[in-house]
Design a binder for this molecule. Structure first.
Ligand code: SAH
Ligand code: SF4
Ligand code: F3S
Length: 437
């Protein structure tokens, strides 16, 4: 490598926080005069913005590196970013000699400088978690999708015994109130109609005694911003004020992603989840009292060490008790350095497979039931992108269902539709014919 790259591509894996970070890295590189490579075109620099949450996700990082070799044997400059970069640091360079630089999620404001060093033949590594926030070093927002992500909180102090996030993202930190409002205004100016507040524990956000509910109420006053969402929340940080905001703030969408992981108290204890099945269900009850139509979503892990069939049955009962509108479920994956990885009674892969199938079938049944319960309702869709067919657009309902609709409306428009049909993963909306005058 001898010259500074002119074009770049960023590939983000993992959670929405990585998507946000990917957008910010793209803005940084564009600020240096680099251009984003068109889809399918070759790029001089490829940033792999990776995820370490499960073994498969982490392995993907390295298989992607292998795939970047061009037909003539050359390859682009390769930057390993994200949570694998943080977890492996310099070790990543040893595992894969093709990696030119390694940059952790709290250090990527240094990416342009590191790219310059790598172009001169160095192989820099930066996995520091500096006291000075990277956000202060990032350029102003210039582009936004109709539904835009905004990271307000990072890191985690919860130390669930299976999870790498406290190690890859560091301790819980909240961005200051003024910075968030400034970024929200900037996003709305460049086209955002919805803002999704992000954090590994977004509902733990706190600044000068103000909590997430206060922030949401302030954001709701931004003219031109139509919708607010937030994710991901921890049951322990679900405050009364936040629940009340769902009853009172019209722009706050009726949707809550509240991972529970298991329905069994003994598994929850072994996971170090500071909630029980009962305390979780009490939150759900309070949430439904505040906002009866709230769509609930969650995360589950099957096959945590020591999980018995009885424990697993409790998880199925939890799914029934909540009636999730959607939920994510994963097979437990032992992660290096986490307490659960060395626990006794690791569960056999075939038992995990079988439990995952049963759990997903149960979740799907509830998801279909939820979607069907909305058929016939009149609602509003935020149009986000074009669909496959001419004239078809795709957007989201307030309950975060993906909705297909035939309309001349453009991305960013909010259209009134009747939800006419339900599929397992999406809805069909119809724009009502205008009544004759
Ligand atoms: N902060 C969020 C979620 C972060 S990770 C929360 O606490 O709820 C997203 C999801 O990945 C988790 O909710 C969990 O269900 C899953 N997950 C995390 N570590 C895992 C592991 N080692 N194996 C399998 N799934 C895991
Ligand atoms: Fe991981 Fe638990 Fe923190 Fe969520 S709360 S990020 S699952 S340690
Ligand atoms: Fe993955 Fe890191 Fe997000 S491990 S889930 S990319 S916080």
């Amino acid at each position: 490598m001898t010259s500074i790259p002119k074009s770049f591509r960023i590939k983000s894996f993992g959670c929405q926080m990585n998507v946000y970070d990917g957008e910010r890295m793209a803005e940084l590189l564009a600020d240096q005069g680099m251009t984003a490579a068109a889809d399918g075109a070759d790029a001089d620099l490829v940033v792999l913005n990776t995820c370490h949450i499960r073994e498969k996700a982490a392995e993907k990082a390295y298989s992607e590196v292998g795939r970047l070799k061009r037909e003539d044997g050359s390859r682009p400059l390769i930057a390993l970013a994200g949570c694998v970069a943080q977890a492996e640091g310099a070790e990543a360079k040893r595992r894969s000699p093709a990696i030119d630089l390694v940059v952790g999620p709290q250090a990527y404001h240094r990416l342009p400088e590191m790219v310059a060093q790598a172009s001169r033949g160095a192989r820099p590594v930066d996995t520091d978690m500096p006291a000075i926030s990277k956000f202060d070093a990032l350029p102003k927002r210039r582009r936004a999708a109709p539904s835009a992500f905004l990271t307000v909180q990072e890191g985690c102090d919860k130390f669930c015994t299976y999870c790498v996030v406290p190690y890859t993202r560091g301790a819980e930190i909240s961005r200051p109130w003024e910075d968030i409002l400034a970024e929200a205004h900037a996003l709305v100016e460049v086209g955002a109609r919805e803002i999704v507040l992000l954090g590994q524990n977004v509902n733990a956000w706190i600044n000068d005694g103000r909590g997430l509910a206060d922030l949401i109420r302030a954001l709701a006053r931004i003219h031109g911003l139509a919708r607010i969402r937030y994710t991901t929340s921890h049951p322990t940080d679900m405050s009364e004020a936040l629940i009340a905001a769902h009853a009172e703030v019209e722009k706050l969408m009726p949707y809550l992603h509240l991972p529970v992981q298991s329905g069994s108290d003994s598994v929850l204890r072994a996971m170090n989840r500071s909630h029980t099945a009962k305390s979780y269900l009490e939150i759900i009850d309070r949430m439904r009292a505040a906002r009866p139509d709230i769509a609930l979503s969650g995360d589950f892990i099957v096959g945590f060490p020591g999980e018995t069939e009885e424990d697993f049955q409790a998880t199925l009962s939890m799914v029934d008790a909540v009636g999730y509108a959607s939920a994510y479920s994963f097979k437990y994956s032992p992660r290096p350095g986490t307490p659960a990885a060395t626990m006794e009674d690791q569960i056999a892969p075939e038992v995990m497979d079988e439990r995952l199938q049963r759990l997903q079938a149960r979740i799907n049944a509830h998801q279909i039931a939820f979607n069907q319960s909305k058929v016939g309702s009149d609602t509003r869709i935020l149009i986000e992108r074009r669909g496959k067919h001419a004239g078809q657009m795709i957007g989201h309902s307030p309950w975060l269902q993906s909705v297909h609709v035939e309309t001349a409306a453009a991305p960013g428009d909010i259209v009134e539709v009747t939800l006419a049909a339900a599929g397992p993963n999406s809805m069909t909306g119809v724009v009502p014919a205008k009544k004759a005058a």
